[in-house]
Design a protein around this ligand. Structure first.
Ligand code: HCA
Ligand code: CU
Length: 385
């Protein structure tokens, strides 16, 4: 596995548009596209120009912005869709067709042979029209498709020799990391194409599955800002970035403007009316707060002891909470130092015990503790406050 040789395809402007609260205006799409480009994702995937007249307009507009990110659009395996997409000036098309028995029965109604026939007609046609366009072929609901049938489709497409990338999609979010490893590994061995992974988060494995895909040789990972998408969405950009930074901090920092992540999440969050969850990787409000006295002491000595990620890499700061019964005297002393108060060690220890007793009786705020510190620091401390 190469930890640096992967690309992010951010689909906030395609999968993300399928999130229940999303209905982006042209200006909002431009702001998201620019934000993602500034962050440094390699690709933006936009809604099919067939979806609506506005989608076509906006695709043209974003293709014309001159961003560094390559612009892709997501289309059905259909000549008309491809023709409109190419005419809009995209750098690549992401072609998708369902292969699971459910999709074959309840969606497009085609057999595996018919799917292969269609792909064999549409994909070479796209390549003829646009020799330089990036062409991806993906199967929808790959993990609930019958494996032999699925491989038959991928091998037939690979043999056409016109596709750059094969995509696999965990459309309903049920794949396990080892299933992802196995399928990506099989495609790696049997085909010559790059491999893209698109994973939904219904059972909470979207980041783990994206990482398993990379470990097994995938080259492209689909994300959206805050993970927005159909139902509860897909691999979140921030969670995926957290995963990669813990493994190769310098590599990730060289590829992406990590300090732009929070602004991007706030931007999109406001547009779709969602708050950043408290337990969000990196940007959740408590992601870099430390509470227990034992943790606080070690953090004060060396933050790496209890931090896998450095908040400063993301333009953030850590916070040590001291106004509670789990507090410890090292953290209380550090707060006294911050306030410019000089207390003896014995005083700090006595005050810490006092805080614990008070905290057993009622909820304390940092202001309460600061007032105590100031009183004790002024020499009024006698333990009877
Ligand atoms: C969709 C389905 C899709 C496609 C993914 C892909 C999925 O909503 O059109 O093209 O790789 O999850 O299967 O998002
Ligand atoms: Cu999807």
């Amino acid at each position: 596995m190469s930890l640096s040789n992967y690309a992010i395809i951010d689909s906030t402007l395609r999968e993300g548009e399928q999130f229940i609260n999303a209905s982006f205006s042209t200006e909002q799409k431009i702001a998201i596209a620019r934000g993602l480009d500034e962050f440094g994702v390699e690709y933006l995937e936009l809604t099919s120009p067939q979806a609506s007249p506005g989608s076509l307009e906006d695709l043209r507009t974003i293709c014309g912005l001159g961003l560094n990110a390559r612009i892709l659009t997501h289309i059905r395996c259909h000549r008309d869709d491809a023709a409109i997409a190419l005419d809009a000036g995209v750098d690549g098309v992401d072609v998708v067709i369902g292969t699971s028995s459910k999709l074959r029965q309840f969606s497009h109604g085609k057999s595996i042979d018919e799917i292969i026939g269609l792909a064999s007609e549409v994909l070479p046609w796209i390549r003829e029209q646009a020799p330089d366009v990036e062409l991806r072929f993906s199967t929808e609901d790959s993990f609930r498709s019958e494996e032999a049938e699925l491989l038959r489709v991928y091998l037939a497409v690979d043999r056409l020799g016109v596709v750059n990338r094969l995509g696999i999609a965990d459309t309903v979010g049920i794949a396990t990391p080892s299933q992802v490893t196995r399928l990506v590994g099989t495609l790696r061995r049997l085909t010559h194409c790059d491999i893209e992974f698109h994973g939904h988060n219904d059972s909470g494995c979207a980041v783990a599955n994206a990482f398993s895909a990379l470990e097994a040789g995938a080259t492209h990972i689909d994300t959206t800002v805050l993970g927005i998408g159909e139902r509860n969405g897909i691999t979140p950009l921030g969670g995926f970035v957290a995963r990669m930074v813990t493994l190769d901090r310098q590599g990730a920092a060289a590829k992406y403007r990590l300090d732009k992540l929070r602004g991007l999440e706030l931007l999109v969050g406001e547009m779709v009316d969602v708050d950043i969850p408290f337990n969000n990787c990196i940007t959740g409000f408590s992601a870099f707060t430390h509470k227990a006295g034992i943790h606080a002491k070690a953090i004060l000595n060396s933050p790496e002891t209890y931090e896998a990620l450095d908040p400063h890499d993301f333009g953030l700061t850590r916070y040590i909470s001291i106004a509670h019964r789990l507090t410890g005297w090292n953290a209380v002393r550090a707060r006294a130092d911050q306030l410019g108060l000089s207390l003896s060690e014995a005083h700090v220890k006595a005050l810490t015990q006092h805080i614990k007793v008070l905290a057993d009786e009622r909820a304390l705020s940092l202001d309460d503790v600061d007032n105590l510190l100031r009183n004790w620091g002024n020499g009024n401390g006698n333990g009877n406050h």
